[in-house]
Design a protein around this ligand. Structure first.
Ligand code: ADP
Ligand code: ZN
Length: 516
């Protein structure tokens, strides 16, 4: 009899493995390091839960949050699996001393604990045997991830101690940089890498611009009331605690049984909110992204983002909390333009230049997603490195609604040509000011007033040009890069082709010397 399969049936009550689970489990049993990149809800936990039960040696799982570990320990115990967790906050050493004698199947640890526990703990446990060393939410190791944690970086120290133990990194964040950082930081040896598809076909993706204020909140409340009437669970993610409180207040004022969750609430009220929501005793949760990891609730029908998220990785995880049961569900993202200007604010406390740049670039990607006029799903999946051949998914706002179209090639030409003249030295505002005929000092200093394009775009407001610029970025005619904390705009090769096709005699315009 296949022991792996019988463990799956006996302990977990599942009949078959989901894609990739079996291969990963087998590789771990063969002691191969593994990197498991799969979407939230695809069943990553099972990959580290099964091997310890098959080889009958303790599996160590590093996990970032105590609440998450508590939930997992409870669920595993209910299945008759010996599980416990260790954190630096515990004063009682009973669990630790049982653990080093190999008395648990699965032992969770915070990264701090794993790095600070005496080496004797590891040498004792190694005598009993360790089936795996798993690092859950492994993207926390990467400065390019959306949730970098310094303690995770120190896990590499253990590599020299846990010599013959397979390392397993698990994450739902899949950009190539993050993947590389994980295998590199954990010093993985020829890891077996699986990257599952990130597509969630049952989720609809949509984006809308909104104006902050009570009148929008009233609309939101009305929309949510309908959900409540239909018995559907909804999460509303806000970017600030103030927004959480305001929306929560508006919902409860009209008698909606909503809950609230954010980092400034005490642990007890947070737990209570979480519990009521997960048990369907409350249908609407208004939260910051603190409400996150470990929400195993299959029937969430809608996730609304009130404000643009910092990056697409967290957006994908947060929105991905709906429709885990496979039933059609909806993700709406509402943004305001000012959301896009928060990069400096997000980057302010960061020390390393790398981290700063990562934060700016991530926000830029989220901005491009918001402004994109093409298939949202394709955009998201391609961001995570998946190749998508179909242009339209048929289940996002851009694929469903055909937008009113207008020939803007003249305007596009003007803007691109002007950006070309700026030669990649400026952000989007400079070429727009030139087109609108500004005589500001920086324009005069750079002699941009002498460009033939100067003043040719006066008929449109600056914001109109900006919107056009954003469209051209999302269509790939322009590209924006982050240098230090500035965004610089330039014409892409696709844009160059467009320019050339507009005017056969087109030569890249004269580049004027910059003064100062
Ligand atoms: P992830 O860690 O990737 O977000 P989980 O490990 O929490 O996902 O699994 C998501 C859900 O899928 C859980 O409810 C889990 O019990 C269920 N699940 C996992 N593997 C299987 C399987 N082989 N068969 C049926 N259900 C499974
Ligand atoms: Zn689409």
């Amino acid at each position: 009899m296949d022991t792996t399969l019988s463990v799956l049936k006996d302990y977990f009550g599942f009949l078959s493995f989901r894609p990739y689970q079996r291969e990963v489990i087998e590789k771990i049993i063969e002691k191969r390091d593994c990197l498991v990149v799969m979407a939230t809800g695809s069943g990553k936990s099972l990959c580290y839960q099964v091997p310890p039960l098959v080889v009958k040696k303790t599996g160590i799982v590093v996990s970032p949050l105590i609440s998450l570990m508590q939930d997992q320990v409870m669920a595993l115990k209910q299945r008759g699996i010996k599980a416990e967790y260790l954190s630096s906050a515990q004063k009682d050493y009973t669990v630790q001393s049982k653990a080093e004698r190999g008395q648990f199947d699965i032992l969770f640890m915070t990264p701090e604990k794993a790095c600070t526990i005496p080496t004797s703990f590891w040498s004792n446990l190694l005598k009993e045997g360790i089936s795996l060393f798993a690092v859950d939410e492994a993207h926390c190791i990467s400065e390019w991830g959306h949730d970098f944690r310094v303690e995770y970086k120190q896990l590499d120290k253990l590599r020299g101690v846990l010599l013959d133990v397979p390392y397993v990194g698990l994450t739902a964040t899949a950009t190539e940089k993050v993947r590389f950082d994980i295998t590199n930081s954990l010093k993985m040896n020829n890891p077996y890498v699986v990257v599952g598809s990130f597509d969630r076909p049952n989720l609809f993706y949509g984006v809308k611009q909104f104006n902050r204020g009570q009148s929008f909140i009233d609309e939101l409340v009305e929309e949510v009331s309908k959900e409540v009437a239909n018995g559907c669970s909804t999460i509303i993610y806000c970017t600030t605690i103030k927004d959480v409180e305001q929306i929560y207040k508006s919902l409860t004022e009209v008698g909606i049984n909503a809950g609230m969750y954010h980092g400034q609430m005490d642990g007890k009220s947070r737990e209570e909110s979480h519990r009521l929501f997960v048990r369907d005793e409350m249908q609407i949760m208004v939260a910051t992204i603190a409400f996150g990891m470990g929400i195993d609730k299959p029937n969430i029908r809608k996730v609304i983002h009130y404000g643009c998220p910092k990056n697409l990785e967290s957006y994908y995880q947060e929105s991905g909390r709906c429709g885990r049961d496979g039933i059609a569900s909806v993700c709406w993202l509402y943004y305001t333009r000012s959301d896009f200007a928060k990069g400096d604010f997000y980057a302010a406390d960061l020390k390393s230049e790398n981290q700063k740049r990562a934060v700016m670039e991530s926000l830029l990607a989220a901005q491009q997603y918001c402004l994109s006029a093409t298939c949202r799903r394709k955009f998201l999946l391609e961001h995570f490195g998946e190749k998508i051949s179909a242009e339209r998914c048929g289940n996002c706002d851009n694929c469903k609604v055909s937008k009113q179209q207008r020939d803007l090639s003249r305007e596009a030409f003007l803007l691109m040509a002007c950006i070309h003249s700026c030669n990649g030295r400026w952000g989007l505002n400079m070429p727009i000011d030139i087109l609108r005929g500004s005589r500001a000092k920086k324009i005069m200093d750079a002699q941009y007033d002498k460009l033939p394009l100067h003043g040719l775009g006066k008929t449109y407001q600056a914001n109109w040009w900006k919107a056009l610029g954003h469209q051209l970025i999302s269509l790939g005619y322009l590209k924006e890069v982050v240098r230090d904390t500035f965004r610089l705009i330039s014409v892409s090769s696709k844009g160059e082709k467009f320019l050339a096709s507009c005017r056969p005699d087109y030569q890249p315009p004269l580049v004027l010397p910059l003064v100062g």
